[in-house]
Design a protein around this ligand. Structure first.
Ligand code: G3I
Length: 321
């Protein structure tokens, strides 16, 4: 099987990357890969609550605005990451005091101010991120404590009110390695759908590595599609050095990494067309990975911005013949 595509931009569904505004501004090679290879961007950090929210009704928009404008200039889709995440509670929220209704009000204000600002410009949002524990139970967070589990469906409803056309996702990790996580995520998605909550897709982060099996990647994507929702492989990276023994990237791990990128692309191509939201990689080139400076060489472009075998793996996985 050989690739019938020349660039990722020609893929039959969007391929994207998590990007950082300051690097887009300062590094022409990085910017060039984003504009020539990608069809979609997510802010790696720029659209998180603690990046945007400085106080109640007080916002820092510069980085998020930059991404949205950059995307418009370069005809890229923007996926908004992420409205609500337990890890990114601004200090003013952590010390907020009020009734349950007050908490619902601040949740609504934040979500609707952000989604409303980018209405028609941000195509989709991770509404809630990482809300399930490894054992499948709901993860503790301030919103769960103050509002109860209803915070999840409220978040989707508030976002939908602010931009009815935006596609709304529940994003989480571990579907490729934990049955408990997979089961809980799909069960939660099913119950939201059943209750007419406006959820349109599942984000599978897929921070994976060469020690995990290729079939697990395929299985997670196929299983997610059974929900009938759109599937976004939302934060793909394949670390080649999980046990930290490697001192240099080598051909063996390069091929193992390639297989996993290929499997992700192929599995997405194999699900129904209207469910293929896309694949987003969590960074552009190896040094821009969140795993850096640990030497994990997790992305399809190397430190010199050259294509790695992983890049060919993606193209081969997208083979249409
Ligand atoms: O920008 C500040 C800088 O001013 C400060 O001096 C420095 C000191 O710590 O911190 C810098 O912020 C860091 C930020 O990355 C930008 O580099 C934060 O400390 C650091 O926590 C943050 O890490 C991000 C992490 O999420 C937590 O927000 C990673 O870049 C980002 O790749 C990672 O992404 C997450 C997804 O959102 C959700 N899924 C898992 C994924 C990987 O952890």
């Amino acid at each position: 099987q050989k690739a019938d595509l020349q660039t990722l931009r020609q893929a039959p569904f969007p391929i994207g990357a998590a990007v950082v505004p300051s690097t887009l501004k300062s590094n022409a090679n990085y910017r060039n890969i984003v504009t020539t290879e990608m069809s979609s961007i997510s802010g790696e950090n720029a659209m998180k609550m603690n990046s945007i929210s400085r106080g109640r009704k007080s916002y820092f928009w510069d980085d998020a605005d930059y991404l949205v404008n950059f995307a418009a200039e370069n005809k890229l889709r923007v996926h908004g990451h992420t409205l609500i995440w337990y890890k990114h509670t601004p200090t003013w929220v952590a010390s907020f005091s009020g009734t349950k209704d007050d908490w619902k009000t601040i949740l609504k204000e934040y979500i609707q101010d952000v989604v409303g600002r980018y209405k028609g410009k941000v195509a989709s949002w991770d509404v809630v991120n990482e809300i399930i524990n490894d054992d499948g139970s709901l993860r503790d967070c301030i919103w769960l404590q103050k509002i109860g589990p209803e915070y999840i469906e409220l978040s989707f409803r508030y976002a939908h009110e602010a931009d009815p056309a935006a596609l709304l996702f529940y994003n989480d990790y571990g579907q490729e390695w934990s049955h408990a996580r997979r089961k809980a995520a799909y069960h939660l998605a099913d119950s939201l759908v059943k209750n007419n909550v406006p959820i349109h897709g599942l984000g599978l982060q897929m921070h994976t590595n060469v020690a995990r099996s290729v079939n697990d990647i395929r299985y997670a994507i196929t299983a997610a599609a059974v929900t009938g929702l759109k599937v976004h492989v939302s934060e793909l990276d394949v670390a080649v050095n999980p046990d930290k023994k490697l001192t240099a990237f080598n051909e063996t791990v390069a091929q193992q990494q390639k297989e996993r990128y290929r499997a992700a692309a192929k599995a997405m191509l194999d699900i129904p067309e209207n469910q293929r939201f896309g694949i987003t990689m969590w960074g552009v080139h190896d040094p821009s990975s969140w795993l850096s400076p640990n030497p994990d060489w997790a992305l399809p472009f190397n430190n010199l911005f050259e294509k790695k075998p992983a890049y060919d793996g993606l193209l081969e996985g997208l083979y249409q013949g």
